[in-house]
Design a protein. Sequence first.
Length: 437
Amino acid sequence: MRLKRVRWIAVSGGVLMISAAAAARWDLSDAKGVITGAAAFDTFQSEKPGTFRKITVADLPQPYATKGVGNPPKVVARPEGAWPQAPEGFKVQLYAEHLTEPREIRKAPNGDLFVAESHGNKIDVFRGITSDGKPEQVSTYATGLHDPFGIAFYPLGDNPQWVYIANTNSVVRFAYKSGDLKASAEPETIISELPSGGGHWTRDLAFSPDGSKLFVSVGSASNVDDPDTHPAEQHRANILEYTPDGKFVKVYASGIRNPVGIAVNPITGQLWCSVNERDMLGDNLVPDYITSVKEGGFYGWPWYYMGDHQDPRLEGKHPELRGKVTVPDVLLQPHNASLEMTFYEGRQFPKQYHGDIFAAEHGSWNKSVRTGYEVIRVPLENGKASGVYEDFLTGFVVSNDAVWGRPVGVAVAQDGSLMVTDDGSKSIWRVVYGGSK
């Protein structure tokens, strides 16, 4: 079903319903409607594959409607019989396990999967898929890195010459030829200093379609410290633009608290990001989000959120910014911890999935009843989002106290299956459709 094409008719009981006439024109096999309004805010108990939600700015509660909490999960071993759950027609396989800390995952043009083992300070390569859904070959590509996360190949196309790696405090690149399983030489430092320290240590990378721009995401050092009075926040909460050789060009977009995952839509060429917003304003503030990124856009952090909503902890600061805050395209569950995102370019899934976004939600630790711990899908139409998203891959939560899995990275394998890294169970999961091996 392409939800974004359907004409919405009526709202009843917090569910956006579709008329019988519209239903006759569209395949409704994967959803009965979209949950909207206050009902769209959820907890892990209501996250089920195939459930569609839409949160809008009008649905936001007042700050401190509920108390801000610290509720970190206890990560436990996967219970017997526990397994990720996907929508009807899909199945999930355990592709790899016993890893160090699998975080970002990116597909090389030849189909190899590069995985950042961040606190192992290395990059691994997974090649191929056997008949039982396992990698044909695993190799350590590089070691001695510093909390690596972002991975990008350059130039774009079938034969890149470099693989770029974002450490927490720098960007390096390795000479690369298609099929390399190990680095052939020491890395070259492209960007010697990125803002680092404090929280939000991940740095992601993406190139513009013409190869002229290198985008680097840098999250804030804190929850909501004012950059006017906290030097550690200077040049943070931004997406930065560099040349491929590492020359700084400008701040491409700002006020984005923690743009963990960035990606360029391969169809439209538009930059997008997946963002962790601020905490401690209550269970249902502030929504995390996924959005296209406007060049020169300001997204509010730390003074504002979701347009002209001023953070009460910084009341009265920067009134001149009111009316200049960009509202994101897709509002997600607050505290979801939205991480890596990717665009589905494969052909294995049904055609209605082509071009849509998949994103990993690492899971909450600032909500009284936890949420997230899933992979979501954002349907797009001609590269644009309607604000609707789908709970796609769930089942990682044991109880409000314990979880066994925490999705981090998503990538589309050469055969069109969806690969998901999980630093809770230290695994990589593979989602396939129908009779695929």
